[in-house]
Design a protein around this ligand. Structure first.
Ligand SMILES: [Zn+2]
Length: 270
């Protein structure tokens, strides 16, 4: 009797354990709940942002842009893993800040989505994020020459552009991709309160309080890098000083809708 009871106890314990394990596995596999539908106009803007960034030479077959969910700051929206030029409204997926897809339906996610989730987590002011490998920016991530505002259009670069070194963050060599939450957190720490951080041997990340501004900053970060390299080839360069950058940033920052409407119209007409 005692043995039976003990066996029964052991069996019941094992059953309870296995139920707990099943529940844990199930909860790990259960996607997070959706924060609800989004205004289709915002989805259209996100699709347009993808196309604009292609047109402006900021992204090619790689790179991604996301926007924070307007109904829940713990969620963001981004395309499934495809080339930005091919993105349509049907490709937009919702993620939580762990960068787990709400409704993947077999769709694959960008490997580097943790860039987005981890920055949204620590930057409540940020409503949209671009990660790109825009070509003119790359030299400034691998050399000792800092990226600085060369004209009023890129005044937002005033105050410094930090460089993220993934080898230091990971404690050794990697494939250079921000493919884990920990690396995403390290990049977010390097970015700090700034609008742009370069990523050594890789690209950059650009953030802003609106999707139009994030696209604008991405375009003019690339432009500034190209112009700065050209100016440096001529000789010593005078950059915007901190006060000029502050004043110009406030003025130009109020006009970003103008190029956005032009870029959007052209990008969506194709
Ligand atoms: Zn990348």
């Amino acid at each position: 009797m005692l043995i039976t009871t003990r066996r029964h106890f052991i069996a019941a314990g094992a059953a309870a354990l296995s139920h707990a394990m099943i529940a844990r596995v199930a909860s790990a596999q259960t996607p997070p709940a959706s924060a609800g539908p989004v205004d289709p106009a915002l989805i259209d803007d996100l699709v347009a942002a993808n196309r604009i960034l292609v047109d402006q030479g900021v992204v090619d077959g790689y790179g991604h842009v996301s926007v924070r969910h307007p109904g829940d700051p713990q969620r963001y929206l981004m395309s499934r893993s495809i080339a930005p030029e091919l993105v349509t409204a049907a490709d937009i997926m919702e993620y939580d800040l762990d960068s787990t897809a709400v409704d993947p339906r077999g769709r694959t996610s960008y490997l580097e989505r943790f860039i987005h989730g981890e920055i949204y987590r620590v930057r409540p002011d940020v409503k949209a994020i671009v990660h790109n490998h825009s070509p003119s920016v790359i030299p400034f991530g691998v050399s000792t020459v800092p990226l600085k505002p060369i004209y009023h259009m890129s005044a937002f670069l005033g105050g410094g552009v930090p460089v993220f070194d993934i080898k230091a963050a990971a404690g050794g060599p990697t494939d250079m991709l921000v493919r884990t939450p920990a690396l995403g957190r390290a990049l977010a720490t390097t970015l700090g309160a700034r609008p742009v951080a370069l990523m050594r041997g890789h690209g950059c990340v650009v953030v802003a309080p609106a999707i139009q501004m994030t696209v604008f900053r991405s375009v003019y970060t690339e432009m500034n890098a190209r112009l700065q390299a050209q100016a440096m080839a001529l000789g010593p360069v005078t950059y915007l000083d901190d006060e000029e950058a502050r004043l110009a940033g406030a003025s130009v920052g109020g006009t970003v809708v103008r190029p956005w409407e032009l870029w959007r119209k052209k990008a969506l007409a194709r």
